[in-house]
Design a protein around this ligand. Sequence first.
Ligand SMILES: [Zn+2]
Ligand SMILES: [Zn+2]
Length: 396
Amino acid sequence: MKAVCWFGKEDVRVENVPDPSILNPRDVIVRITRTAICGSDLHLYGGFIPSMEQGDVVGHEFMGEIVEVGREVRKLKVGDRVVVPFTICCGQCWHCKHELWSCCENTNPNAWMGEALFGYTTAGLFGYSHMTGGYAGGQAQFARVPHADVGCLKIESDLPDDKVLFLSDIFPTGYMAAENCNIHPGDVIAVFGCGPVGQFAIRSAYMLGASRVIAVDRIPERIALAQRANAETINADEVGDVAEAIKELSGGRGPDACIDAVGMEADGHDFLAMVDKTKFRLGAQTGRPTALRECIQVCRPAGTVSVPGVYGGLVDKIPMGAFMNKGLHMASGQTHMIKYMKPLLERVERGEIDPSEIISHRVPLQDAPQMYQTFRNKQDHCIKVVMDPWAERRAA
Ligand SMILES: [Zn+2]
Ligand SMILES: [Zn+2]
């Protein structure tokens, strides 16, 4: 089959690799009909995630049709159409039983790596390094899905792939980020970063009862898309001081919650951002937390900072004084996918949201190397890339 393989920093290629097969009795094989590039795939592309190996198949947002089932699969059958969550969960361990799905204890065969870095392992992830299990990803024509009964979301309506594909990651991720803000009617929520997760965080904050959402970015088309969801927007390149602009927009009190939908590769222009860039380049820290710092600084006292943005290891100069003295709460985590997929599918079915509105590019899988570059460089008004693994390449 064809699959997108990682070979090094800024080097992904579409290669022919062996088809996956059933390895465990609870596996299914999915013939993938749609797959997407996630913002977090750009951290792999940039070479910032350790424990990648040459030839690893990447991708963790995918859906398709089941073509083979293991002998202990109970709820799924050949021909079912499913969305696959990016986390792999056993359904049996303490964390799974408490609906803390992304902390599954049983699905990372390289648990020792997680333990060394985080104290305890978390769930195995598709296509996201050997530290999270070394599972082959879904930017491919087929994928093996372990513990399929636990994770796979069956799509029984005739909604097109483009409307349900993002239930595999970014819609639940944006939703959990908003839910983590513990929104009360009348609340003002600030969202840093209007990429795909930021867009879903904005829409979810309104669904959960926020009265106003203030969104910050630098890219005009992302700001325009946030405005379409009724966010009040701030272009960080146009206002001198983002913190001051947010303070003004929130009546001088500050937002009730701030969402960092940027993560470890934030672009900043202040002194600390310059220090970050240097230390990052030297390998002395593993992220540039400009957005996180701003969230802590801008949030009103006793408010909440919610962090869906991805971080890997260590970051510096977190304003712990502001965090402690203001009595902030922080909530984060890889998304507890299985808790959210079904209820959010129902919202899509009821027409409350059309996730496909954020798609900017629909391309054949073969175009992946070019699209990684375009997406990373935010060129060609790129917001979200969706790929068809079976389409022929366009004529040049
Ligand atoms: Zn993702
Ligand atoms: Zn588990």
